[in-house]
Write a protein that binds this ligand. Structure first.
Ligand code: NDP
Length: 321
């Protein structure tokens, strides 16, 4: 059984929890007036089209949440399903149709696509999404605009992290930021956004040597790895801001017991459901960090809020054309 972390934390000091749920609600609240104004001018609500290929259980949950949130905001939503045994051409034809629709302002193709569609299916699909409707910020045009620090549609998760930092009054300029993870959807755009706000940024990945030592240089540490409780207190400079992007379902009871004290409500939740969603950051980091995003209730709600913000922005920009 894995040993419980005994820690080198600053005893008795607990990190400030950064409330992503509240920040997401504030972001969504600020969209209401813009959605109403768009409706009044366009004679229709902003429209979001989501393409879901196959029936991956995680994707089903993510898509359901996105559709529900968009509907709550009074947007027009459409879910277009492609069967798991479909061809990538079916997804491409669906995206092409959405590109041509006047009432659809944002297009999102839920990842991952079924393996049978081929290794380059996602690239083909992303390349076809019209940049004006690219609410995920994944097309080469959006990525180029981000790298050049020009206005554009920015990937939702890192955009949400920036919103959280700024609204929590956490300084970015001049500080050392370390991003663990170099994916196109989180790590790389996260690093760019921090760089554009004048942080000194280091990007780490699976081949980084002495990762804990590099991570310990960070004033702002972002973990986007996909490995539960990977970032232990020895990765964290005392007082650092730690952003936990990871969403990892775990069902190994011994592991879960090793992370939480016996009286933790998280253990009780695990006992009830037999599974628990945890981040990439070990719970004991709360004893070392100055501020920390929880999982759940941290970055996750911000991602959806920024998808709403991107859809409204795309709709406004299209109307201005
Ligand atoms: P990817 O699998 O695409 O990327 C993971 C990154 O972590 C890679 O760059 C990889 O390095 C790096 N990595 C993996 N193992 C190690 C290691 N041992 N040491 C150092 N680096 C390592 O994941 P995503 O970026 O898509 O997602 C990351 C996490 O964030 C997941 O848990 C995902 O579920 C979650 N997520 C959460 C969202 C939210 O809304 N909160 C939204 C999107 C993702 P290398 O490149 O060398 O392989």
């Amino acid at each position: 059984m894995p040993a419980r972390w005994v820690g080198r934390g600053v005893k008795g000091i607990a990190a400030r929890m950064l409330d992503g749920t509240a920040t997401a609600a504030a972001i969504r609240g600020e969209l209401h007036g813009r959605i109403a104004a768009f409706r009044a001018r366009a004679g229709r609500p902003p429209g979001l089209g989501i393409v879901l290929a196959g029936s991956d259980p995680g994707s089903e949950i993510y898509v359901r949440n996105k559709l529900k949130t968009a509907a709550e905001e009074g947007m027009h939503t459409e879910l277009i399903r492609v069967p798991a045994d479909g061809h990538v051409d079916d997804v491409l034809a669906t995206v092409a149709a959405l590109n041509g629709r006047d009432d659809i302002d944002g297009i999102l193709v839920q990842s991952p696509l079924p393996e049978g569609m081929g290794a380059d299916a996602e690239t083909q699909v992303i390349d076809l999404i019209g940049p004006a409707k690219d609410v995920d910020g994944f097309t080469p045009v959006s990525v180029g605009r981000l790298v050049q620090n020009r206005p554009g549609l920015v990937p939702c998760t890192p955009a949400g992290v920036i919103e959280l930092l700024e609204r929590e009054g956490i300084a970015i300029s001049g500080r050392r930021a370390v991003v663990i993870g170099r994916s196109d959807i989180v790590g790389k755009p996260m690093a760019m956004l921090l760089l554009h706000r004048h942080a000194t940024v280091t990007i780490c990945h699976s081949r980084t040597q002495d990762l804990p030592a590099v991570a310990r240089t960070a004033d702002i540490l972002v973990a986007a790895i996909g490995r539960p409780a990977f970032v232990t207190p020895d990765f964290v400079k005392p007082g650092a801001v730690v952003i936990d992007v990871g969403i990892n379902p775990v069902s190994d009871a011994a592991l879960v017991r090793s992370w939480f004290p016996p009286d933790s409500p998280r253990l009780a939740a695990f006992a009830k459901r037999g599974t628990l969603t945890v981040g990439d950051v070990h719970p004991a980091v709360a004893e070392v960090a100055g501020a920390l995003t929880p999982v759940p209730g941290g970055v996750g709600p911000l991602t959806i809020a920024m998808l709403m913000a991107n859809t409204v922005r795309a709709a406004e920009l299209r109307l201005a054309l």
